[in-house]
Design a binder for this molecule. Structure first.
Ligand SMILES: [Mn+2]
Length: 357
């Protein structure tokens, strides 16, 4: 796969204003090379590809990135980079403008003269947006791990335990099942805290009859899963049932509409309009979803302002929510892959309101 990706990048460089591309962003580096280490610089020219790293990673890079010439930069990375670029007659070097700090830019600009640095955006990200078969399999596995963990953790949720105990248990189970870590800081937001869409687990004690939003995911093979379920300990009251039903219906409507060709704006609008029927749209203050892959949030943006169009092979979340101060919040999130005629939902957990005894 990496060689196909590399050829595509090389074609992009040929039609760009640069002679080479420098990749530093970890997920882009992993995507184009297969290298999982935490420190390396990738240089791609239309004909060559280099992975420049230090002593710690040379052996690993040789194993993981066979498409690349591995270079140990010794003690001076910039001198090594300049030599490599000069040998290939590179006059302008594209760099990831949304990742490099101003300090790095200045230091590179000084050291690499007379080579010009050219800001570039989304060269690799635009390729990452459509997932191939291997990537979909990893997303599937990452989702399975999260779901199995959730089922186990449901058994320990009861009044008296703390939100962060639930989060810890989920993360422990995910690691046991092969995850390299959680996709992000696990959200367990109960009671009035559930009206904070991103309430990470706190030391709040779970109480009966409160909503508990649990938003979490596992990383597997570099790929992230992302799912949310809202549960309750004991029986939900009429208002809680109404909020839950509205969110679930909005989510199902949006899921039914996922297919190639629809704009992200229109998809978002379907869920939002449905919530409006209940008067809840004003409590849905975030986007419907986002792309997921090597990063937890990546293209496309599935939001009201987004004109991006869904394509077969995209991986997106569909996660409407309603958050009412003092009553609490509900969010339901699935991760789906866009297919030629609709989508495959990777998330299989039941979506009826879970009322724990
Ligand atoms: Mn999400």
């Amino acid at each position: 796969m990496q060689n196909i990706r590399l050829r595509k990048i090389q074609n992009k460089i040929k039609s760009s204003e640069g002679d080479a591309l420098l990749i530093v962003k970890p997920e882009n580096r992993l995507y184009v090379s297969g290298f999982t280490g935490t420190s390396a610089f990738i240089v791609i020219t239309p004909l060559e590809s280099y992975l420049i790293t230090d002593f710690r990673y040379v052996e690993q890079a040789n194993k993981q990135a066979p498409e690349y010439t591995i270079v140990d930069y010794g003690s001076d990375f910039l001198a090594c980079l300049k030599k490599c670029l000069t040998e290939h007659n590179v006059k302008s070097l594209l760099f990831e403008e949304d990742y490099i700090t101003y300090a790095q830019f200045q230091s590179w600009q000084n050291s690499l003269q007379p080579i010009q640095l050219k800001p570039a955006k989304n060269i690799v990200e635009n390729l990452r947006v459509v997932k191939d078969k291997d990537e979909i399999e990893l997303l599937h596995k990452a989702t399975d791990i999260a779901e199995q963990s959730f089922r186990k953790v449901l058994n320990i949720i009861k009044p008296g335990i703390r939100e962060n105990e639930v989060a810890l248990e989920l993360e422990y189970q995910m690691r046991r099942l092969g995850a390299t870590g959680p996709s992000f800081e696990t959200i367990v937001a109960s009671g009035i805290r559930s009206s904070m869409p991103h309430g990470v687990a706190s030391d709040k004690i779970l109480q009966p009859c409160e909503f508990i939003i649990i938003d979490f995911g596992a990383v597997y093979g570099g790929y992230h899963s992302d799912l949310t379920r809202t549960i309750i300990i004991g029986k939900a009251n009429t208002e809680q049932r109404k909020v839950y039903r509205a969110v679930l219906e909005a989510q199902c409507k949006a899921l039914d509409a996922v297919k190639p060709g629809i704009t992200c704006h229109d998809l978002d609008d379907i869920a939002r309009k449905h919530l409006a029927k209940y008067g809840y749209d004003k409590f849905f203050g975030h986007s419907l979803g986002h792309g997921v892959g090597l990063a937890i949030h990546e293209k496309p943006k599935v939001s009201f302002g987004s004109e991006e169009i869904l394509l077969t092979g995209m991986a997106i979340t569909v996660e409407p929510g309603v958050y009412i101060s003092q009553i609490g919040g509900v969010r339901i999130e699935d991760l789906v892959i866009v297919t030629d005629h609709g989508c495959i939902n990777l998330t299989h957990l039941n979506k009826d309101l879970i009322e724990l005894n």
